[in-house]
Design a protein around this ligand. Structure first.
Ligand code: UD1
Ligand code: UDP
Length: 385
């Protein structure tokens, strides 16, 4: 069924994504698919995120072929899953793809894989094999990616660790390929774009001037398992560390109301804290550049910061990205306020401790993951170069 020949038509790859990180990690693959005459990308966005997705589509110049526009304020996981599964299934019935591609572990990715499976369409899983071995940390992503892993035809693992996790789960080793993480491709691409057009990232200039001479800590936070006590701890830590006159915090706040409510209530109006709207990708790259330390519970930032030699303190109990911790550029600090403050203070005050973490280290890829993925796909389908 999938042994297509280039003589007939390019193989149709339905690429599905819906959130900011999926868009960032898949735009380089969409670009690479579009540049290859053997393959025909069809892009479907669920728009599980709206504004934060659109920011990425715009900078990457991607106009989706299908847009389900499913985002609703503070949507429950059940409602989201139901609308995604039926919506993505309908798009597959219309597009009739040869293969479906999903990335990571979001609700969109899980539902895309499941809807494809219900139609016996092979699924290619980008960023396969991440495991924390705790189904509630991160929640619900650990189970989402295991579901996708049990369906996938090609497992495109970012690292050898991720590939090893899949082999341990008895996935056929011939189906597992180490490609590197496409986030590094995205980071290289956006850095080059900023090089060509510096104005793309100059929107932080006013803040940079306001905080001139201060040591900038960049913050992001959105994990569901941190809602409640975790978010309260993170806010308290930021409030405490921002009392230091030599420190400034730049915090682009995720649009999830569960994050915004707490952060606005606890941190608005503090002199040394800038709570700002989510940054588009070029401006976030600029923040990674100006920050001395990144404090985050994000997955993607754990991959980007080590690549840029920025110490990253991870406000989680476990990570499915142990490579940064093993390399010494990332550290798990949880969400206890006192612990976070101690860890930040150590990095600010102990030059040796800072330098030990601030080594550019790139366990997550070399920026060529998308090219590898496209080649693997073409081989899988049986189309000669
Ligand atoms: C989702 C993913 C998570 C991923 C994260 C990246 C699931 C279950 N969760 O979490 O794996 O790490 O995205 O950021 O798939 N909102 C807006 N505008 C936006 C985006 C979000 O208003 O552009 C608000 C809406 O009220 C929305 C809420 O945030 O209902 C939550 O969005 P949702 O996609 O359900 O979960 P996230 O917490 O963003
Ligand atoms: N990011 C961004 N603007 C922001 C915050 C983050 O462009 O204001 C990017 C960041 O560079 C990374 C990705 O978004 O590539 C991470 O997304 P998020 O933290 O929402 O999700 P996760 O990676 O935890 O799934």
């Amino acid at each position: 069924m999938n042994q297509l020949s280039a003589k007939h038509r390019p193989a149709r790859i339905l690429t599905i994504f819906g959130t900011r990180p999926e868009a960032i990690k898949l735009f380089p693959v969409v670009h690479a698919l579009a540049a290859d005459p053997r393959l025909e990308p069809v892009v479907c966005v669920s728009a599980q995120h709206r504004q934060m997705l659109d920011q990425v589509l715009e900078i990457a110049s991607i106009v989706p072929d299908h847009d389900l526009d499913v985002m609703k304020p503070d949507q429950s996981l059940d409602a989201l899953t139901a609308v995604l599964l039926t919506g993505l299934g309908s798009v597959m019935d219309e597009v009739q793809p040869d293969r479906v591609m999903v990335q990571g572990d979001t609700a969109t990715a899980m539902c895309g894989a499941l809807a494809a499976y219900y139609r016996k369409i092979p699924v290619d899983h980008v960023e396969a094999g991440l495991r924390s071995y705790n189904i509630y940390h991160p929640w619900p992503e650990e189970v989402n990616r295991k579901i996708i892993g049990s369906i996938a035809s090609l497992h495109l693992a970012p690292t050898e660790t991720a590939a090893g996790a899949l082999r341990k789960e008895n996935v056929d080793p011939a189906r597992v390929h180490v490609t590197g993480n496409t986030v590094i491709d995205a980071l290289h691409w956006v850095t080059a774009r900023i090089g060509e057009e510096p104005a793309l990232a100059n929107g932080l200039a006013e803040l940079e001037a306001r905080f001139a001479g201060k040591r900038v800590i960049g913050v992001t936070s959105h994990r569901r398992e941190n809602f409640g006590d975790g978010m309260a701890g993170i806010a308290e830590a930021i409030r405490t560390i921002a009392q230091r006159p030599d420190v400034a915090v730049i915090f682009p706040v995720h649009l999830n109301p569960n994050v915004r409510k707490v952060m606005n209530a606890e941190l608005a109006g503090l002199d040394n804290v800038a709570l700002i709207e989510p940054l588009d990708y070029p401006h976030f790259a600029r923040l990674l550049d100006v920050a001395e330390i990144m404090l985050t519970d994000s997955g993607g930032v754990q991959e980007e910061a080590p690549a840029l030699g920025k110490p990253v303190l991870v406000m989680r109990e476990t990570t499915e990205r142990p490579e940064g911790v093993a390399a010494g550029t990332a550290k798990l600090v949880g969400t206890d306020a006192a612990t976070i403050v101690t860890e930040i203070s150590t990095l600010l005050d102990d030059k040796g401790a800072y330098e030990a973490m601030a080594r550019a280290h790139n366990p997550f890829g070399d920026g060529k993951a998308s090219a590898r993925i496209v080649e693997l796909l073409a081989n899988e389908i049986g189309i000669e170069a």
